[in-house]
Design a protein around this ligand. Structure first.
Ligand code: NAD
Length: 317
């Protein structure tokens, strides 16, 4: 099939591109790598796929191109491009989140609506749409009450897909990812920051008391969820995509100290606005409807990310 992946140079997009190419699909990856502050990391993310004969690469800003033309020949669109991360979404940078997450999703939905060929749009949503988190399981029926501007923009993206589905039959499925980790995890994310600090023996800031918990989802499980969503025949739905286990920040610190053989130098600062205290996914709907079955334990997944981090920063030691 002809597949478009927006945000293909990113963490999740690059892994998904690789998996779909391996399955024999033709993939067009789009990302505005030129303007990225993490350009060298994005280039590294892309290195396996750029050489693949069935991969077409477009280094463009999706907000500046003719999306009808991009999507016209696509059977499937994975819309992963966006601005991720809760902490930076306050203040003046909200405008960037508005463009990257809301405006762009509306333009993607508009272009998808024009296509008679499109079989599925898979939209990358987030556990951040649930808000603060009580430590109880969040199901798709739980209230959507984001506590960060980022969460609000991801929820708006879901609503855009839903109204285009209702009015124009947009064939979409939204996936709410819970903290994704593994090789190529974004440099602003927890495991990446913690492991880099351990490797380079740098001090590390922890926000809050470290007792906050997350449902951690390994990247290959997220890729599998996306592929199952692509093949899912029903449309206009949303699924939680969580991992095998939850852990607290303090648990993670201990695991990283064990992996690295080093004691982390921690500085505790107050918790940051918009950070949920606990996330935990009820994935029973994804299990029954999508056949989603996360497999990778934290120990296994963290060992793979540690190996990536040592490869990325090892020469700086
Ligand atoms: P990422 O930053 O690594 O990837 C997103 C990519 O989108 C980036 O490479 C960026 O350059 C690109 N992009 C943004 N705006 C663009 C534009 N206008 N034109 C072209 N490219 C553009 O992030 P990720 O962690 O891989 O996340 C992918 C998606 O999944 C995001 O939409 C994010 O909100 C969502 N998500 C991620 C997580 C997670 O734990 N990583 C959790 C929940 C939801």
């Amino acid at each position: 099939m002809n597949i478009i992946i927006t945000g293909a140079a990113g963490f999740i997009g690059s892994h998904l591109s690789e998996a779909l190419l391996q399955l024999g699909h033709s993939v067009t990856g789009v990302d505005h790598i030129e303007s990225s502050s993490n350009r060298s990391i994005k280039e590294d993310n892309l290195k396996n796929i750029l050489v693949h004969p069935e991969f077409q690469w477009q280094a463009v800003d999706l907000l500046n191109i003719d999306l009808n033309r991009l999507i016209a020949d696509a059977d499937i669109v994975f819309h992963l491009a966006g601005l991720a991360g809760v902490r930076n979404s306050w203040g003046s940078s909200f405008e960037d989140y508005l463009h990257a997450n809301i405006l762009l999703t509306q333009e993607i939905a508009e272009a998808c609506k024009q296509s008679a060929r499109l079989k599925k749009l898979v939209y990358a949503s987030s556990s951040s749409i649930y808000g603060g988190g009580s430590g109880h399981y969040s199901s798709e029926q739980s209230p959507a009450t984001p506590i960060s501007p980022y969460g609000l923009t991801k929820l708006a993206g879901e609503h855009i897909c839903a109204i285009y589905h209702k009015q124009y039959g947009l064939p979409y499925t939204a996936l709410r990812y819970f903290t994704v980790y593994g090789p190529r995890q974004r440099p602003d994310m927890g495991f990446h920051r913690f492991m880099k600090a351990a490797l380079l023996e740098e001090p590390l800031t922890v926000y809050g008391n470290g007792e906050q918990t997350r449902d951690f989802t390994y990247i290959s499980d997220v890729v599998a969820a996306n592929i199952n969503a692509m093949n899912y025949k029903k449309h206009g739905n949303v699924f939680n995509i969580g991992g095998v286990e939850t852990a607290s920040v303090n648990d993670i610190v201990h695991k990283i100290e064990k992996l690295s053989g080093k004691k982390l130098q921690l500085h505790y600062l107050p918790e940051q606005p918009g950070d949920p205290f606990a996330t935990r996914a009820d994935i029973s709907l994804a299990r029954t409807e999508l056949g989603y079955n996360p497999l990778i334990s934290l120990d296994e997944g963290m060992a793979a990310e540690w190996s990536y981090i040592t490869g990325l920063y090892g020469s700086k030691r």
